[in-house]
Design a protein around this ligand. Structure first.
Ligand code: UTP
Length: 235
């Protein structure tokens, strides 16, 4: 069975607690898990940013803000586990080693953040490397990687394909504070570069984009792959 690691942005899973896509994602993940071995890394979303803002306004250091963000990612992960029922290992993996251990169950494995000064994108890239994933999928609140931020720059264009080196150039200018929102964090990009893991960035605002891409091979987003490891979908 091919295996995949999904970085499920909190911004699409739980933009806020009164408007979330947890039930829809549980259904999409169950569908995908019939064909693939699935690991999911859940982000913190709007609630993490709100907690971090409050902590920062209290004069707390960035590392402590990150720890608060990590707790929120794990809370979101716990909600997803609750919705997945018997299809998932019932505990949030606290690091990649635990995720590997829980995968022995043959069920979906869910984790959140791990350590300060990174995002769940880095967590998912490390997990993809350690599990020998065939693909890393980033479900986020835009439909791919753009030449500029499409939310603020109307002339931004979407890349259909990038090499890992080009992706590294694009993210090299971004800054990483607690709760910051960059296209992908530098640690994640470094791992994608060194391990040639194919990455697919998809619009996560529509949960059906996940089975459509993986099972039907129908998607629009950005593929990041090198000549060593090109990506052909369905896998
Ligand atoms: P993310 O930035 O990964 O979640 O974590 P997100 O909001 O889902 O990101 P999108 O949706 O992809 O944009 C939230 C915050 O938690 C802390 C960081 O402060 C991060 O900004 N965090 C998360 C860590 O410090 N370490 C981790 O391993 C994960």
């Amino acid at each position: 069975m091919k295996s995949l690691v999904i970085s499920l942005g909190g911004s699409v899973l739980v933009p806020n607690l009164s408007g979330h896509r947890i039930a829809e994602y549980a259904a999409a993940l169950r569908q995908v898990s019939e064909k693939f071995r699935v690991f999911v890394v859940v982000g913190g979303g709007g609630e993490a940013r709100r907690y971090i803002e409050v902590a920062r306004s209290l004069g707390v250091d960035e590392g402590t803000c990150d720890e608060i963000g990590i707790r929120v990612t794990r809370l979101n992960a716990a909600l997803l586990i609750a919705a997945l029922g018997d299809s998932v290992y019932p505990r949030v993996a606290e690091d990649q080693e635990k995720a590997l251990e829980y995968a022995v169950s043959g069920r979906i494995v869910v984790m959140g953040g791990v350590t300060p000064a990174q995002t769940t994108d880095a967590v998912s890239a490390v997990l993809a490397e350690r599990t020998g994933a065939d693909i890393l999928i980033n479900l986020t609140s835009v439909d791919g990687i753009y030449s500029a931020d499409p939310k603020t720059d109307p002339s931004a264009t979407r890349y259909a394909h990038l090499t890992p080196d080009r992706l590294a150039e694009i993210v090299s200018g971004s800054r990483l504070n607690a709760g910051s929102n960059t296209v992908m964090d530098a640690i994640a990009v470094k791992i994608i570069q060194r391990s040639s893991i194919p990455l697919l960035v998809l619009d996560g605002r529509k949960p059906e984009n996940l089975p459509d891409a993986l099972i039907l091979g129908r998607f629009s987003g950005t593929v990041v792959s090198s000549g060593v490891n090109t990506l052909v979908l369905p896998l």
